[in-house]
Write a protein that binds this ligand. Structure first.
Ligand code: COA
Length: 243
């Protein structure tokens, strides 16, 4: 990774940044604007917690953006307001220079400082997010909002206000569902080994560790395209939801 640009700055998103943020996500995710529409919907949705939206500029150019918005954890004692980090995008020409890492660090520090949400969840590549404050959420007693989220990709960062009773199922806010931006769908889903037991997943080897899963329903460029096609037998077993 090249050094972080000396002229990189991070600030809370301003109205003047919005168009650039939109274009940034369309370029970063190489999509038809779905992630950009998701961002708009997430920011507009009524929510218990105000969104945290941060922009990284390099030499005055909007180079990266990260958004934290409210969802809920269905804990045994009560519902808990939590954040979901999604999306994170960096303009292709600024990637692999530490911009994404700096945005994650900034967003987590801001969430911790606010003290309003004890947890920050995301779907993403554990090889990327694992070294940046996140860990497997299922290992901490959390259940993903969909069986279509590979267990390794379901991750959480705990904030200072987290307490051990806060376990349960993450319930995504409606924009994720309205934009069909939750987990994977076939045929990508069929290419991810189905592993009901987390330890087995951990032994699945480098294949899963190269996944970067976005809320745009894409396996981003960290490698699913390099996964071998599943055998018919394995694919068939993958169609049965795990319990
Ligand atoms: C994923 C993303 C946000 C990372 O931002 P970034 O600024 O490029 O990441 P950083 O510079 O902080 O970290 C770089 C490290 O991330 C990993 N990485 C990032 N992009 C990668 C890529 N295209 N291929 C492989 N590894 C990549 C590598 O480990 C890399 O370290 P290295 O260069 O030493 O190998 C950015 O690549 C992006 O916007 N991708 C498209 C959208 C996306 O997938 N968003 C995340 C959805 S969960």
């Amino acid at each position: 990774m090249r050094p972080v640009p000396a002229d990189m700055h991070i600030h809370s998103e301003r109205s003047a940044d919005t168009a650039a943020v939109s274009q940034l996500h369309t370029a970063a995710f190489a999509d038809d604007g779905l992630v950009s529409r998701l961002v708009d919907a997430l920011k507009a949705a009524p929510a218990a917690l105000a969104p945290l939206s941060f922009v990284a500029t390099v030499g005055g150019t909007v180079a990266g953006h990260v958004l934290l918005t409210a969802s809920r954890l269905d804990a045994p004692a009560r519902l808990v307001d939590v954040y979901v980090l999604s999306p994170l995008g960096v303009l292709p020409r600024f990637q692999r220079r530490g911009v994404g890492t700096a945005l994650i660090r900034h967003a987590l520090a801001a969430a911790a400082a606010k003290g309003l949400a004890p947890l920050v969840f995301l779907e993403g590549d554990p090889a990327y997010y694992g070294g940046r404050g996140f860990e497997r959420a299922d290992a901490r007693g959390f259940r993903a909002p969909s069986l279509r989220i590979p267990p390794l990709a379901f991750q959480v960062a705990t904030m200072p206000s987290y307490e051990p009773w806060m376990t349960g199922t993450l319930v995504y806010s409606d924009p994720f569902w309205a934009h069909d931006c939750v987990g994977l769908r076939s045929p990508l889903l069929l290419r991810v080994p189905r592993c009901p037991h987390p330890p087995h997943l951990l032994r699945a080897g480098p294949t899963l560790h190269t996944l970067l899963i976005s809320h745009s329903n894409l396996i981003c460029r960290l490698g699913l395209e390099h996964l071998p096609p599943r055998t018919p037998a394995a694919s068939a077993s993958n169609t049965t939801p795990s319990s």
